[in-house]
Each structure stands twice: as structure tokens, then as C-alpha cells.
Design a protein around this ligand. Sequence first.
Ligand code: G3P
Ligand code: CA
Length: 308
Amino acid sequence: MALGTVVIAAGTMSLAVPVSAATPVGGDAAGSGGVRALVIGGATVPLTPVKITKPAANRYLRPRGGPVAVVAHRGASSAAPENTLVAQEVARRAGADLIETDVQPSKDGVPFVMHDRTVDRTTNGAGPVRALTSAQLRKLDAGSWFAPHYRGAKVPTLAGQLADLRTRGGRLLLEIKGPHTRAEVARIVKVIRAQRMTGRVFVQSFEVSVLRYARELAPELPLGLLRSSLDADPVGVTKNLRLTAYNPSHGALLARPRIVADLHKAGVAVMPWTADSPSLWKRLDTLGVDAIITNRPAELTGWNDARP
Ligand code: G3P
Ligand code: CA
């Protein structure tokens, strides 16, 4: 396991190398015992331009005594049509720390924001998302099913959603929904990078293969594993996949609450889903979870504010 990184700087260029891959010459790796150089990949790098940094702390862990983070599930989906920009706007105004949405590709490979496999329930169209072209998806009304007032709301592209977050504010908990190929995950990463949003996106998935692709393609993105039921060894799984968060259903978590302490000890955040009542929020808050994924972000924000 890497102990940290060495950053080798020369002019405007820099290179980060895991400390575990470097051998100190002439003392200890911290530089306090007379280290003069590090041997990295066969090359000797003098210590003078080398700065040793600790691995970044997991900023998704709840600060001691702080409020639980509010995650708006599919946007503020109790108040607006799920996975639309209007649901995102309501979530933003509700004070959500993260906005959760789901992404899957159109027939022509464009990542669109949609939960179900088909568009039938949440639009005026029909058929699997993957069988519809981006031109067809762009024409759909994704608001009327929820209330007439929302007629004309669109199925957002991931690019459109990220542009909205970048310009109007907010952070994204992006669920890559269902199995994806490596190329499909690469397309999602490309969109996130093109929108300059890698610092504000957290990727989660039920699919282990998707998380492996994301880790390989975008090591800069924090990752979380969604679970309907718990793994025998959640800490082992998070280490194996190098996860920032483990995100179980609230029911599974409440049946085995000790895993919160185990995961925290391993530096992993816990963000259960989908809890909508104050009685559940209280139980999860007492367990010390880091975030709660809810369809009612405004209410959870208010509940947080009223905590003693
Ligand atoms: O974020 C957790 C939750 O979204 C997982 O379930 O079906 O709502 O995507 P689902
Ligand atoms: Ca989801």
C-alpha cells in the first residue's frame, strides 16, 4: 500500500509517484534522517526538489459532531420530476450537499440522465433508453407524468446536467446505472472531464465491473459501491476496490449497524439510501453515517438544522 506520494517538480512539470515505489538513499523516507535521494524506477532523484505528502483525507467522512450530509435522491424527487434539471434546482435550493442522479447511454452512446431501463414511467415516450437515439430522447417530455406544471421538462444529457451544476452550483453523486462496457464508462469520464467537473463528481454503482473501469480510467474520481444487501466483509471489499464510500440500503445497514464503525476505522464513508422519514434519519444519524440519501432533501436539511 502506498504511504504517500513524492511530487517531483521541474519548472512547470510535475510527477507524482507512490512512496512505496521509491527507495530512500541515505536515511528515512521522511527526510529527517539524512535522506539525500530517492531511487524511483531505477533513476536516482535528489531529495532537494522532492516534497513528500500524506494521502488526502477522505473528505466525505462526517466531521465529529457535524450534521449528516444531505443527498438529494434523483434530485429533489419528492417535489419535482426525478432526474431532471428542475429536480436538480429544487435540490440545490433545498441545501443538498450532493445531488444523486442515474446515467445510462442512448443508442448512439450519449450519456443521458434516467433511472429506469425504459423511458415509459417518467416520460411521454416508450422503449429502452439504450434503444432510443439521442435525438429521440431529447424530444421527450419528462415532466408531465409528475404534474402538469412540469410539462416540457427534458431528459438531461450528462453534459447538460454537469454544465448546470458548474454554472449554478452543486455536487453530483452519479450512479452509473446497470452494466456498462469499458468504452461506455470511458465516455462518461470524458464528459465529466470536458465539463471540468472531476472535482465535484462522486461516482457510485451497484456494478463492481463499472467501478473497476472507473478506477482505471479516472483515478481522480471518488468511488462508492451501492449494495441492497451487505457483503460478508464490507471493509475487505472497499479495500479491494479502493473505495471512498460504501452505500448500503438503510434496511441492510440497520440490520448490521456495526459495519459503520468498521468502515470508518478503514477511512471509508457510509451513505445509506433511501431514507425519507425523521424516525429513520434519527436512527441513521445516531449510527454516525456520513450522509443520507433521501427523496426529501429540504426536509432533511430542516431536520438537520433543528438538531440539538
Ligand atoms: O443512491 C442510491 C439509490 O439511487 C440506489 O437505488 O434504484 O434509486 O437507483 P436506485
Ligand atoms: Ca440511483
